[in-house]
Design a binder for this molecule. Structure first.
Ligand SMILES: Nc1ncnc2c1ncn2[C@@H]1O[C@H](COP(=O)(O)OP(=O)(O)OP(=O)(O)O)[C@@H](O)[C@H]1O
Ligand SMILES: [Mg+2]
Length: 254
């Protein structure tokens, strides 16, 4: 849940048009991946959906209801941010079942019992390979990859209505990345939380997505299944994007 509709969305920063009349529907329970080059508006789009930015024009609907005026907490959306602090609490340790910590925070807010908290956290830490040795550390004492895993853990420890992930695995090495990707995919298969996942990695988009949106300059150039985008690109931008990716992968393994 829910179904997300974007109608004629526009967002400007001064003279920069970050989102340029974007219209699309993300279906309930869908794993929707937005892929596109740097500065095409991916993060801005997620921030609009989360309610952290207001559109200059257009509407955002959740299950048919306009949410433009709803503040972020009322949207029941969880977002994992790209880079910097990943919205982790810098003064709290990764995990301590008895105290406020990054992984227990969402559960304690809802007064869940200690046993339930430890079960939820155990599942998530096993899934995301968050080792016990980092439980007592604060975010400042973690590597980027560890921070990213804890941030994803914090976002899914109590599954939200809508999960927004902004390049959540960009700092992991290829092996850890493939593992975390599998876990995210498996988790989605189980919980069916509507997920919007941003990446600039086309291979990752094809591996994860129910549908992919190829974004350029604030708009979606094509929305379709990985197969449709791969085999029937709608225009030269998408065709070139797919082709250059294919060539890069081929060259890397020559
Ligand atoms: N707060 C802001 N003030 C001014 N310009 C902004 C702001 N946020 C984003 N922009 C501009 O809007 C455009 C889209 O930025 P955005 O961060 O959404 O891109 P992105 O697709 O997420 O890029 P990346 O892949 O590098 O993360 C860029 O030109 C950026 O410089
Ligand atoms: Mg971004």
């Amino acid at each position: 849940m829910p179904r997300v509709e974007l109608r004629g969305l526009e967002k400007r920063f001064g003279r920069t048009v970050a989102i340029d009349g974007l219209t699309a529907t993300i279906e309930d329970r869908e794993f929707f991946v937005v892929v596109g080059p740097t500065a095409c508006g991916k993060t801005t789009l997620l921030r609009l959906i989360a309610g952290l930015l207001r559109p200059d024009r257009g509407e955002i609907l959740f299950d048919g209801v306009v949410v433009n005026d709803l503040p972020p907490p009322a949207r029941r959306v969880r977002m994992v941010f790209q880079g910097q602090d990943y919205a982790l609490f810098p003064h709290l340790v990764v995990y301590d079942v008895r105290r406020w910590s990054n992984l227990t925070f969402p559960l304690r807010l809802r007064s869940r019992a200690m046993r339930e908290i430890s079960e939820h956290v155990r599942r998530v830490t096993q899934r995301l390979r968050i080792g016990r040795e980092i439980f007592p550390r604060r975010p400042g004492e973690l590597s980027e990859g560890q921070k990213q895993r804890v941030a994803v853990g914090k976002a899914i420890v109590l599954p939200p209505q809508l999960l927004l992930l902004d390049e959540p695995l960009s700092h992991l090495d290829p092996h850890a990345r493939a593992e975390a990707r599998e876990e995210i995919r498996r988790l989605h298969a189980e919980l069916k939380t509507t997920t919007i996942y941003v990446t600039h990695d086309l291979a990752e988009a094809f591996l994860l997505a129910d549908r992919v949106a190829v974004m350029r300059e604030g708009r979606f150039e094509q929305v379709g299944t990985p197969r449709e985008v791969r085999e029937r690109p709608l225009n030269t931008f998408v065709a070139d994007f797919v082709q250059s990716y294919r060539e890069a992968v081929r060259r890397a393994f020559l």
